[in-house]
Design a protein around this ligand. Sequence first.
Ligand code: G6P
Length: 611
Amino acid sequence: MCGIVGYVGKEQAAPILLDGLSKLEYRGYDSAGMAVYDGEKIVINKSTGRLKVLSELTHDGENMPGHIGIGHTRWATHGEPTETNAHPHFNESKTIAVVHNGIIENYLKLKNLLIERGYQFVSDTDTEVVAHLLDYYYKKYDKDPLTAVVKVIHRVEGSYALGIIFADYPDVVYSVRKDSPLIVGKAKEGNLIASDVPAVLKYTRDVYFIENEEIARLTEDTIEFFNVDGEPIQKQSKHIDWDINAAEKNGYEHFMLKEIYEQPKAVRDTISPRIKDGKIIIEELGMTDEEIRSIKKIHIVACGSAYHTGVTNKYIFEGLARIPVEVDLASEFRYRNPIFEEGALVIIISQSGETADSLAALRLAKEKGVKTLGIVNVVGSSIAREADKVMYTWAGPEIAVATTKAYSCQLVAQYLLALKFAQVRGQITDEQLKEYLHEIEMLPNQIEILLGNKERIQKFANRYVAAKDVFFIGRGIDYAISLEGSLKLKEISYIHSEAYAAGELKHGTISLIEDGTLVTAVVTQEELYKKTISNIVEVKTRGAYVLAVTNDDNLDIEKTADSVIYIPKTNAYFTNSLAIIPLQLFAYYVSVGKGLDVDKPRNLAKSVTVE
Ligand code: G6P
């Protein structure tokens, strides 16, 4: 994972690098560092811990003079999060500095070769190999930085986005990527590189998206691109018109709370452009009705919460469109030699569009000649660019590591897709479609109603800050909701939590229930209501305290559950969009109650660009 930035221009580099890194901290935050050329030599400052430690160390960058530099925020893969392992890394003579996002897979082999040639390593990172290898080729090829970069990328295997500066060329930043994201920003007062667009938005809205094995060479007023062999290539910049404020907290205590509250708008923005006069228009799908009718199977592939939206939508694609669906975790899918039949469609779901396993799954499907569709939030991200078709979720920038609004948008984007397929395939009538769409269009207001009830959930959450284990149970779509409710809680509160298909409880998990254990039962599927009530009784008999999340007409649940949260009535297929709201708030307030860093939970990162 990790985030990289670079700047060359008229302004002092370090404060700009720090500002850029602050927008990339979601990519990793266990250490950070900067390298700046101060007029005579390259100076590096780095520190463990959050970016603010580096800001303090450098007085917000003020005590690092110089107009060119590179920076890094780290999520450790190779080597513990120590100061030595933090980036940037130097060659031995401290004339080349490198920042890296990704993993050099053949680093051990290269390290041994370099050690044989007399190079000495100071860190445990794979990145240091790049610094020494650059040094080796730089010296070998007449001190030509571009040739050195070209030679290095022919030798390293794995994924990388690199930012490089050479003391001998104190006005040039080099950058190159393979399978890790990289953009170049063209600003008035200088040029920038970064792992992601928000890092440069303050300075420019004109960015170049760098493709695999493309090299960028930046000076204060020039930007050049080269291919893997060092030959010049032309690239077009894109204008980004995002709202810059979307990446700020706007008075909320945490990004997560702000993003929870942005859900009505995000869901509305995702659905409304696609519903016109009672019809679903998904132009970007680019599929004729004939093609939609010829789909024989859908593979939904994703990671984390995005995967959970697939688990929910399997029920909807199968139930409404009658298309068989397999849902896979991308990390499993890519190595299980999946069988693709004629008429298969692979849907990759990803907020960031950069998750390494999801991207690899997409490439696998493409290699096998299967049609691919990305449901992606970040415009211009790798999955968005590489999928045959892309349907964007319009959640806007999501900063908190634990996803909320992007998750909600992924859900509704798939509802629309499933309904579109159902209608084209003659599985539902126009009248039924209208009714379903009416329910979907009500969701944003219903989410607003649920958000109005936060105090009660906060009080309830405060009672559970010391909980050891929490269980979530449900059947069918309620099980899918439980998966996400449980993940939200564990990732930000560090409380052990498990989601279980309610009917499966008695095959093991029930032995973990003790006096007072909190069990959250999701009971929104009327057809399964009685079955889940039986499971609630089973856990209560073993001492559990049961919080039920159910539809607002199931009042008699109060006879069985200890506490109840009601959600407004919607169609059974769409209850996830409502039931998840109190569970997000619950996880949020438990984390706040424990005094944890809600937006940046330990050991996690928002965009997982390594396997
Ligand atoms: C990380 C994030 C999750 C996210 C998952 C998949 O684990 O913390 O919130 O669901 O990655 O990310 P993607 O960007 O592909 O949706």
